[in-house]
Structure formats: structure tokens, C-alpha cells
Design a binder for this molecule. Structure first.
Ligand SMILES: Nc1nc2c(c(=O)[nH]1)N[C@@H](CN(C=O)c1ccc(C(=O)N[C@@H](CCC(=O)O)C(=O)O)cc1)CN2
Length: 290
């Protein structure tokens, strides 16, 4: 029986936000410039509205300018692209982010492709994805960046470790695999069609759940002592009524098997916005050649 440690992403994110805030103060003193982040929300998805509100609040708390554009669900793709073109040209806007998911009538890839790669603080533009893949400086997607920060904080060097990423999304699975490769991990990307997924997972020193299926990864799939990072945020019904959040990993079953695990909530989630603030400052620095 292994003692399972909790990886406190909420506390780590709080520390990171403080470090970013102090770097923003120094940046402003050196350049006279306040980094600005523009966040675009299309439609009324309640979870997205909460994330956008938190992004605005934490941006201001870090000493940066927050510019919010809330558009109705009926917004056309052409209108959205025109707004992004205007933000690309706006010199006080150093970072641009379009909250996902977008309404079904809008092609998300076309939207992401319109954002200036230098202002793409989500790191979703193909230029940033390509730069990450070939090992050049890139703006890196926030959730994967947060996962690697938590892993390095817990394990130090990740070199030579066997990492299994369950999930192959462009937003989390693929960029996270690239970041782990950059840390010299041996990386497997697995997914719902992977043959004998439990056996593949049991190879992992680092196991990442990023598949978006509530508690799909069972305790018996975890190698004893492994570090487990749970990216899933799934809302499920509670037996007596109401709902609760669970991850992609069966958290209770992981106790006594995993060496460490991120909880849901309070694990990876808070790192996403903290890393967004860091990316916004990075983008501002690069745009000013600072
Ligand atoms: N343009 C983007 N869209 C989306 C992203 C993204 O990085 N860029 N990621 C997610 C949503 N997201 C940020 O946008 C996000 C998700 C979760 C959290 C978080 O702190 N979660 C809490 C729990 C919150 C709750 O109670 O519901 C936690 O895990 O502790 C922050 C940001 C999809 N869209």
C-alpha cells in the first residue's frame, strides 16, 4: 500500500499568479506598458461565462488590463473574424483568446487561424503548435503548461520517465505530449480506441487523464507509486440529487496506489488561468522585444 499525496494545484496556481503580478510590476516599471488581454465569449454557455469572468478578474488582480467582448450566440463567423482582425491591430492588446467551445455554426479552426500568432495566448494557432512540435519558442497551451509545472514541482527532473497521456485533443493531449517529450519523457498518446488501455496505463510513471469521460481510468490501471494528473472536469449527477465535479480518474480507487494525484476540483483547473496570465506577460514581453 502506497501513501498517496495530493497535488494542490489551487495553492500552486495562487503562488504563480503572485509571481506573474510581481513580474508585471517590473515590466511596467521598465517599459511603461501594461499588458492587455482580450477575451472573446460567444453565446451563453454557463460554464464558459464563469471561466471568462474568472479570467477577467484574475487578469486585473495581476495588474494587467482586461478587455472583454461578450457576443450573442447569433454572431456570424464573419463578424467574429472582423473583431479578431481589429484586436490583432490594437497595440494595447498583447493577448487574444476566444473562449471554447464556440456555437456550432462557427468553424473554430478558422477563428483560431485568424488570431495573430504573437498574441495567441492560448497557444492554439497552428504556428504555435508547429513551433512547439519542432522545439522552437512558442506560446504553449495553458492547461498542458500547468500540468508540466505541477509534475516538475513534484518530481524534479522528468527525464527518462514513462508518460502515458490518455486523450488526443489539440488543446490538451497533443501539446502535453510535446511538452513531456521536451522534458525527455518516453511518451505514449492513448485514447478510447487504444487496444488494452488498462495495460498501457499500467506502464506509466506519469499518467495523464485528458479524455473527458467521468472516472474512466480505474485504480487497477495505475502503476503503484505513479504520479497521476487528472485534467478531466466532468459534472455528474449525485445520487440524492444535485451535481458534483469528477475527473477522468476514479479518485477514490487511486488512493493507496498512486504516489500522488491531482484532485478535481482544485488540481489542474486553477493552473489554466494562472498559465494564461503568464502567457499574456510573455506575449507582451516578446512584442516589445523585452
Ligand atoms: N479558449 C479556451 N477555451 C477553453 C479552455 C482554454 O484553455 N482556452 N479551457 C477550458 C475551460 N477553462 C478555461 O478556459 C477552465 C476550465 C476549468 C477551470 C477551473 O479552474 N476549474 C475548477 C473547477 C471549476 C468549477 O467549479 O466548475 C477546478 O478544476 O478546480 C479554469 C478554466 C475549456 N475552454
Amino acid at each position: 500500500m502506497v501513501e498517496t499525496r495530493l497535488i494542490d494545484g489551487k495553492a500552486f496556481a495562487e503562488g504563480l499568479r503572485k509571481r506573474v503580478a510581481s513580474d508585471v510590476t517590473a515590466f511596467h516599471a521598465a517599459t511603461g506598458v501594461t499588458p492587455g488581454l482580450a477575451v472573446v465569449l460567444v453565446g451563453e454557455d454557463p460554464a464558459s461565462a464563469v471561466y471568462v469572468r474568472n479570467k477577467g478578474k484574475q487578469t486585473v488582480e495581476a495588474g494587467m488590463a482586461s478587455i472583454e467582448h461578450k457576443l450573442p450566440a447569433t454572431t456570424t463567423q464573419a463578424e467574429l473574424l472582423a473583431l479578431i482582425a481589429a484586436l490583432n491591430a490594437e497595440k494595447d492588446v498583447h493577448g487574444i483568446l476566444v473562449q471554447l467551445p464556440l456555437p456550432g455554426h462557427i468553424d473554430a479552426q478558422a477563428v483560431l487561424a485568424t488570431i495573430d500568432p504573437a498574441k495567441d495566448v492560448d497557444g492554439f494557432h497552428v504556428v504555435n503548435a508547429g513551433r512547439l512540435a519542432v522545439g522552437l519558442d512558442a506560446l504553449v497551451p495553458c492547461t498542458p503548461l500547468g500540468c508540466v509545472m505541477l509534475l516538475k514541482d513534484r518530481l524534479g527532473s522528468l527525464s527518462g520517465l514513462e508518460a502515458v497521456v490518455v486523450g488526443r485533443s489539440n488543446i490538451v493531449g497533443k501539446p502535453l505530449a510535446q511538452l513531456l517529450l521536451r522534458e525527455d519523457c518516453t511518451v505514449t498518446i492513448a485514447h478510447s480506441r487504444t487496444r488494452d488501455l488498462p495495460e498501457v496505463c499500467r506502464r506509466a510513471d506519469i499518467l495523464i487523464g485528458a479524455v473527458g469521460r467521468p472516472e474512466m481510468i480505474r485504480g487497477a490501471w495505475i502503476k503503484p507509486g505513479a504520479t497521476v494528473i487528472d485534467v478531466g472536469i466532468n459534472r455528474v449527477d449525485k445520487p440524492g440529487g444535485g451535481t458534483r465535479l469528477v475527473g477522468d480518474v476514479a479518485f477514490d480507487e487511486a488512493q493507496g496506489i498512486a504516489g500522488a494525484i491531482t484532485p478535481v476540483p482544485g488540481g489542474v483547473g486553477p493552473m489554466t488561468i494562472a498559465c494564461l496570465l503568464q502567457n499574456t506577460l510573455t506575449a507582451a514581453r516578446r512584442q516589445l522585444g523585452a
